[in-house]
Ligand binder design. Structure first.
Ligand SMILES: Nc1nc2c(ncn2[C@@H]2O[C@H](COP(=O)(O)OP(=O)(O)OP(=O)(O)O)[C@@H](O)[C@H]2O)c(=O)[nH]1
Ligand SMILES: [Mg+2]
Length: 317
């Protein structure tokens, strides 16, 4: 199931929603006091019903999302809380409709229309106020979920490696990804997505946060995002090794992470050295983001893998 976090609805606060419903009703007329009150209730009923239904339906079914999105949403906002908040909107919807039907019955039964209306309005406002936290949470969740990337089904190369080894630098010269680059570890904190455009189709390129060589349960939140991308998105992993150790991490540690990655994931792993302008090791493809050495070769390897994978370049289907 595809998921576009940018399409999630903006949610009103409880006060804004109450104002919206009652303002709409205030403009309603009728031939008699009774008819006018009934028309107002019917308007409030329609505004609330369509509002709640729209918000709930514009959220995806989080349990049926692709595993990558499900885990990302869970990490970023928490699926349990999302589900609880959406359920509270359904609850408010059914409660307010019940209150309105009760009011309609009483007015039809001959009770003073203005009195009934006033009481019904009061009870509706109190129900909606009760879900204020949930409404606010849903709005904040929408904002937070903006950082979840929108992905395509194109053949995907995920760049991984220790922090500060030069992943983002390489990714930014071979693709449309424009991540931040800096001389300290964990500069990249999120998953960045871009593309290499080919004559036919394109390759999706993903830059990930740096990983340390340690058991998954000890990885921090930022590292876990990289693991998520590797596990769910990669058709090929490009493992970046900085043999100069100017990244601040020993080569030995980096190679140990490499063998862990190779053991854990089944997709092909392309091993490259970064910062080739600073060293002479050439037993792996050596790439420099500064001089451009090895860059063309790296793109050629990715292109060949993409063509091999789909029988044609990905994106051409
Ligand atoms: N000499 C040299 N330095 C490089 C090269 N590529 C990157 N650097 C430097 O290495 C440092 C880290 O680069 P990044 O691209 O941010 O590394 P990263 O692996 O994305 O780092 P994190 O996002 O923190 O995991 C920066 O200071 C870069 O300028 C290169 O080819 N040659
Ligand atoms: Mg980076």
């Amino acid at each position: 199931m595809t998921f576009n976090p940018r399409k999630l609805p903006t949610v009103l606060t409880s006060q804004e929603l109450i104002d919206k419903a009652f303002r709409r009703a205030s403009r309603v007329a009728g031939r008699s006091r009774k008819e006018k009150a009934l028309n107002k209730l019917s308007t409030v009923s329609n505004v609330l019903e369509s509002y709640f239904t729209r918000i709930v339906s514009e959220h995806p079914s989080y349990d049926n999302l692709d595993p990558f999105y499900r885990e990302m949403v869970d990490a970023v906002v928490g699926i349990g809380q999302l589900r609880k908040s959406l359920a509270s909107l359904k609850w408010a919807n059914s409660m307010t409709q019940k209150i309105i039907s009760g009011g309609v019955r009483r007015i039809k039964g001959g009770q003073n229309p203005e009195n009934v209306l006033k009481e019904v309005y009061g009870r509706i406002a109190s129900i909606i106020e009760q879900i204020d936290d949930e409404l606010r949470f849903l709005n904040e969740a929408k904002q937070k979920m903006r950082e979840i990337p929108t992905l395509s089904d194109d053949f995907t190369a995920v760049f991984a490696g220790y922090p500060n080894v030069g992943k983002s630098s390489i990714v930014s010269i071979i693709s449309t990804v424009k991540p931040e680059i800096a001389s300290y570890p964990f500069t990249t904190k999120e998953i960045y997505v871009g593309y290499i455009e080919l004559d036919a189709g394109r390759i999706q390129i993903i830059d990930t946060p740096g990983l340390l060589d340690r058991p998954i349960e000890r990885r921090n939140r930022i590292e876990r995002r990289a693991i998520l991308a590797l596990r769910h998105l990669a058709d090929v992993i490009v493992f970046v090794i900085d043999p100069t150790e100017t990244c601040g991490f020993q080569l030995e540690k980096q190679l140990s992470l490499l063998s862990e990655i190779k053991g854990q994931f089944e997709v092909p792993v392309v091993e490259i050295y970064s910062k080739s302008d600073l060293h002479n090791m050439r037993d792996r493809l050596a790439v420099s983001a500064y001089t451009g050495e090895g860059v063309g070769e790296l793109v050629r390897i990715l292109k060949n893998l993409a063509e091999g994978e789909s029988g044609n370049v990905a994106g051409n289907n």
